[in-house]
Ligand binder design. Structure first.
Ligand code: GDP
Length: 262
C-alpha cells in the first residue's frame, strides 16, 4: 500500500480515529477523509481540516452517500500519485501504479465511500465481517488501484467520553450504554456549544442542570408518566434521536484541541 485513506466521522473526527493507524501506516502517504460532512457543522469541519493539515495529512471533506467531495479526493490522490512517480523515477522504478487502501472504524462509511469513489457497486455496504469474498484491486485509472476491501479499525476507548460520543452519533450500539446519561452529556454539550438550539426546538430554558433540561423537554413534549411526572428517559431518547436525525441542525460533537495536551 502506498496511501492509506482513513475515513473518520466529521461529527467526531478524533473519537472515530484509531490512533494505532499512525503506527501501522508509518511511512505511507496519508489522506484523512472527513466523511458524513453533510451531518457536521461546516465551520467546525473546516477547523478540523486545518488541524489535520497542520499535522501533515492530506484532508478532504466528503459526503459519500451523495458523492460530494469525491473530486477533491481524486485530485489529492492524483497529487500523491505524481509525487510518488517522481520518487520512483529517482530510484529507477517506472510505471508502478499507486496502491490505495481505505480504513476506518465500523459504520464510518467505508463501503459507501468505496462504492461512490470507485463509481460502481463493487463493495457491499454493511459492516458484517465477511461480506466481501476475495480481496481485489479496483483499477481507478492507469495510475491508481484501490483495494476493494476496507480495513476495519476498532475504535479505541481511551476515555469514557470517546465511547459516549460514538454512541451519541450512532456509530456504536447504544444498548449497552445508558441513554439518559448520554442525553445529559449531549444536553450539556449543546448548551455550551450551540446555545439556543434546544431552547428554540423545544421551547424550554437551557438550564445548567441537564436533568432539568430533560424534564423540561419531557413537559414541553408531553412525555409524562401516569402520575403526571415528566418521563426523563423518553425525553432523553427523543433528544438523541433528534440529534441523529439532524433535527437539532448540523452539530459536531468535538472541537479541535487548542493545544497538544488537550
Ligand atoms: P462501513 O461499516 O464503514 O462500511 O459503513 P457503511 O458504508 O456501511 O455506512 C454506514 C452507514 O452510514 C450507512 O447507513 C450509510 O448509508 C451511512 N453513510 C455513509 N457515508 C455517509 C455520508 O457521507 N453521509 C451520511 N449522511 N451517511 C453516510
Amino acid at each position: 500500500i502506498d496511501i492509506v485513506v482513513e475515513l473518520v466521522d466529521a461529527r467526531v473526527p478524533l473519537s472515530s480515529k484509531n490512533p494505532d493507524i499512525d503506527e501501522l501506516a508509518r511511512n505511507k502517504y496519508r489522506l484523512i477523509v472527513l466523511n458524513k460532512a453533510d451531518m457536521a457543522d461546516a465551520k467546525t469541519t473546516a477547523a478540523w481540516q486545518s488541524y489535520f493539515e497542520a499535522k501533515g495529512f492530506f484532508v478532504a471533506k466528503v459526503n459519500s452517500q451523495k458523492g460530494a467531495g469525491m473530486k477533491e479526493v481524486k485530485s489529492l490522490i492524483e497529487k500523491v500519485c505524481q509525487e510518488k512517480k517522481a520518487r520512483d523515477k529517482k530510484r529507477g522504478i517506472l510505471n508502478r501504479p499507486l496502491r490505495a487502501m481505505v480504513v476506518g472504524i465500523p459504520n464510518v462509511g467505508k463501503s459507501t465511500f468505496i462504492n461512490s469513489f470507485a463509481g460502481k457497486a463493487c463493495a457491499k455496504t454493511g459492516n458484517k465481517p465477511g461480506v466481501t469474498k476475495g480481496k481485489q484491486w479496483i483499477k481507478l485509472n492507469k495510475n491508481v488501484e484501490l483495494l476493494d476491501t476496507p480495513g476495519i479499525l476498532w475504535p479505541k476507548f481511551e476515555d469514557q467520553a470517546v465511547g459516549q460520543k460514538l454512541a451519541i452519533s450512532g456509530s456504536i450500539k447504544d444498548d449497552i450504554l445508558n441513554i439518559t446519561e448520554l442525553a445529559m452529556k449531549l444536553a450539556d454539550y449543546m448548551k455550551k456549544n450551540y446555545p439556543g438550539t434546544m431552547a428554540s426546538r423545544y421551547g424550554i430554558e437551557e438550564s445548567d442542570d441537564s436533568v432539568k433540561v430533560l424534564a423540561d423537554i419531557a413537559i414541553a413534549k408531553c412525555c409524562l408518566m401516569k402520575g403526571g411526572e415528566p418521563n426523563i428517559d423518553k425525553a432523553a431518547s427523543m433528544l438523541i434521536d433528534d440529534f441523529r436525525s439532524l433535527r437539532l441542525g448540523k452539530v459536531t460533537l468535538e472541537q479541535p484541541p487548542q493545544s497538544e495536551e488537550e
